[in-house]
Design a protein around this ligand. Sequence first.
Ligand code: MN
Ligand code: MN
Length: 343
Amino acid sequence: MSNQLPSFKYQLEKKAPRTNDGGITRGASVTDFPASVGIAGVSMRLQPGAMRELHWHANAAEWAYVLKGNMRTTVVDPKGNTYVDLFSPGDVWYFPRGYGHVLQCVGDEECHFILIFDNGNFSEDHTFSITDFVSSVPPEIAAQNLGISVSEVASLPQKEVYFAQGKVPSIHSGIGLPVGEVSLTSPHRYPLSAQQPKVVPGGGTQRVVTQAEFPIAKTITGTVFEIEPGGLRELHWHPNADEWQYFIQGKAEMGVFLAERNFVKEEFEAGDVGYVPMGAGHYIKNTGTEKLIVLIGFNSGSYEAIDLSSWISGNPKDLLEGNFGVGDKIFEAFPKTDKFIIR
Ligand code: MN
Ligand code: MN
């Protein structure tokens, strides 16, 4: 890799976290990770009862995947509908840009989840918290709005709380459905791990959630790949979206082709983030001894990928012979169908 080529790797879980009151967060915006122009991500952990306080994002929608624990969220939409939802590992949430929401860890286990935002410029400067809002306006205005006295307003936090330690609620609190229930409880929840995956025998699996399955998620598609040792998510590209990867388990090599012989290959392990610009050719290979699990977010509501094998198999052999300038014997072994994941 020559010096002028960008890195498509960011060691998110090795970053110094922002920590207080039961919460730990590590974020990767374009400021931290210059290649990631179109998508930002956050790894957040909350102790039972702890919450990321009521807030909204001015410049990004929020898509999340729960890795550990049980999370309660509330969200309000512009029609005044509010939803309270419970999320378990493998569940996804989506909050459109600007919708007010809160995240709280419930039950007795630490929660860990990955947030994906459809804007690399996502930052706290574009995030508006309720305590920041109420303490920034004139106290008389806050008092009139909340129906309390000015001295009661003075007893509220006088700056942004960000993380707050709440009581540990029952995991059923405010929820209509039991834990493990997989039907949609609101437009904002999708149980991705309950989906039947696409399976390549011996190679791996993929689960995908687009706006087709999860209509509110108009700007972000998510997928989870599980790739067997030695398996290759083959050479491909995405016509319609940038790709943001969070490596959950295992070891991988990821290569990005930027045209004109420019190519970047990097090694990834659990906790690392990768990025592929829209249209750039790339692959992911499991280079470890255990199953590779990678969460991927795309900044589009639809999933579009073109695989090398699919492309090649749709062209006549004599044409390929001319293109590569070699005899036709070599093309006998070429893929005749889409391979997707190669053992
Ligand atoms: Mn948020
Ligand atoms: Mn891809």
